[in-house]
Structures are given as structure tokens and as C-alpha cells.
Write a new protein. Structure first.
Length: 297
């Protein structure tokens, strides 16, 4: 393989790497060695375990985004302040690496008021905008910590983060609801819960306990309960972000399953939604970051 550089998406839980020729993927690999499992001294070893087979004698550039640039990561990549281009500065160089690699880490974005931060999503935003000149609107990046991002004139103007995915996992696995929720899905129950909670978000806490009560008293199926839990949490999120998505050009960037869930919830409310592929957006954004490193080499 004629590998020119290596793209890396390094999150809290996982490390994903792609062997690249320009913007073409030649190979890919991944591991469970996310930032949360590593000390600073362990990042290079974790990376080499994944990419060793791609390396030769000449050094390859490795361009990485995500939590690898956090304070607890390999090297801290300082945040850029919005309003800002998604990737406005040259990625941070990691010194003293294996001579076969030169590692660069993409900085995240921060917002001073209200306080908010992102790492990794800025690269997806850059990749999304790269193929959509003059795109203005709102991006939703669903996940453990879902981002709602206002974009105008090629810049991130503002954003808000919602811990919806993390709350779902905590409630499903560590609350009294764990006795009533397991695998399974019911789309009608999901959409009903979205609509009900969006219209009366102040009743969220009562609706959540109602899932337990419906199991005890009515034998509600655990898959229906799971869909209603998801719908309730997304519904209260949509109530809080109504100013972001109502009447706006809107796109979702995320893993396919969760992106489709958000898309259906928004479409139920009359929103027109474009769904973009998260991996393609990440790779396009990393390619942009790589170009910045080459311009200053």
C-alpha cells in the first residue's frame, strides 16, 4: 500500500485509525484503548499496536482528533474560542515520538458564555462543511453528549451540549428502571414519548418513574419501556433546543442508528433533516487538518 498519512479518531472509549492515500481509505483498524484507559505514557504504545503494520522507514504523519487532545490525553491541544472556523489553527505537534511517525492533534472548540466545550465534533463539522460551500444552519451531533451547533459563514457561532446519551445509560443501567428495561424497540412508543415530553417537559421526572410503574402494574414490555425512556429524554432535549431546530436548515452527523432516531423525532415535529455519515465527515475534517500541517511544514 502507498500510504501517505494516517487519520485517527481517538475518543474516550475507542481508538479508530485509517491508512490514507490523499482522501482515500486504504485500510482501517481499531482498538478499545480509548483515552479513559490510558496514562499519558501509554498513548504511543496504544497507537503503534494499531498502526504498526502500516509503518515503514520513512516517517508518516498521523493526524488525530478527539479526547487524545484533552488535558488527560496524550498532549493538551488548547481550545479555540467560538465564533471560529471548526479547525482554525494548525494541529498541535506531539514531541518525542517514534521516528516512524509525526503526530498532530486537532484542538477542540470552547464557548465562554454559556460555558461549553467540544473535542472531536469540530473535525466532523469541518468535514461536513468541506463539501457544502455556503451552508448555514444547525448541526445536531448525537451521542453520549449530544451537540447542537449553529453554523454561519463557515464558522461555528454557538453550541450547546446535552448529556442525553449518558443519562439514558445511567437510568437504564443504574437506576430503579434497570429492572424494567432491556433490549428491544417500539417506534410508536418512542414517538409518543417524544411528543408527550416535548409538550410538557416539566413532567419528565414523573414520566420516568411511570415506566417502572407500568411494568409493575401493567406488565409493559421491556422494549417498549426502552423506547419510551429514549423518547422522553430526546423529547426534553428537543424542547430545550427548539430555537436551534425550528424552521432552520438542519443536518445530523452521528452513528447511523442514533442519527435515525433523532431524525425521526425531528421529522415528527415537521423538521426537514439531512443525515450525514459520521465517518466520512471525520475523515474529511482530518484531511483538512492535515492540509494545515503541510502548509506550515
Amino acid at each position: 500500500m502507498n500510504i501517505e498519512w494516517i487519520a485517527v479518531d481517538w475518543g474516550t472509549s475507542h481508538l479508530r485509525a485509517w491508512a490514507m492515500q490523499g482522501e482515500t481509505v486504504l485500510d482501517q483498524a481499531q482498538s478499545d484503548n480509548g483515552m479513559a484507559r490510558l496514562a499519558k505514557s501509554g498513548f504511543q504504545t496504544a497507537l503503534l499496536d494499531v498502526i504498526e503494520g502500516w509503518l515503514g522507514s520513512a516517517p508518516l504523519d498521523v493526524v488525530a482528533c478527539g479526547m487524545v487532545g484533552a488535558r488527560q490525553g496524550w498532549v493538551e491541544a488548547p481550545y479555540s474560542t467560538v465564533p471560529s472556523a471548526p479547525v482554525p489553527v494548525v494541529p498541535v505537534y506531539v514531541p518525542n515520538t517514534d521516528p516512524r511517525i509525526r503526530v498532530f492533534v486537532v484542538p477542540g472548540l470552547k464557548q465562554d458564555n454559556p460555558p461549553d466545550v467540544m473535542r472531536g465534533e469540530e473535525t466532523q463539522i469541518a468535514g461536513f462543511l468541506a463539501s457544502r460551500q455556503n451552508w448555514d444552519g444547525v448541526l445536531c451531533l448525537p451521542g453520549t453528549h449530544t451537540k447542537w451547533v449553529q453554523v454561519s459563514a463557515g464558522e461555528v457561532v454557538s453550541f450547546r451540549t446535552f448529556m442525553t446519551g449518558e443519562l439514558f445509560d445511567l437510568l437504564r443501567c443504574h437506576s430503579v428502571l434497570r429492572h424494567s428495561i432491556s433490549d428491544g424497540w417500539d417506534e410508536t412508543a418512542f414517538l409518543d414519548a417524544v411528543s408527550d415530553t416535548l409538550s410538557k417537559p416539566e413532567q419528565l421526572a414523573a414520566r420516568l418513574f411511570g415506566l417502572r410503574a407500568m411494568d409493575l402494574l401493567q406488565g409493559q414490555a421491556s422494549g417498549i419501556a426502552r423506547a419510551r425512556l429514549s423518547g422522553s429524554l430526546i423529547g426534553v432535549e428537543l424542547a430545550a433546543t427548539r430555537a436551534y431546530w425550528l424552521g432552520q436548515q438542519l443536518a445530523i452527523i452521528g452513528a447511523d442508528n442514533v442519527s435515525q432516531i433523532y431524525a425521526k423525532a425531528l421529522q415528527q415535529q415537521g423538521a426537514f433533516v439531512e443525515v450525514a455519515n459520521a465517518t466520512r465527515s471525520t475523515l474529511a475534517g482530518l484531511a483538512q487538518a492535515r492540509n494545515l500541517t503541510r502548509q506550515t511544514a
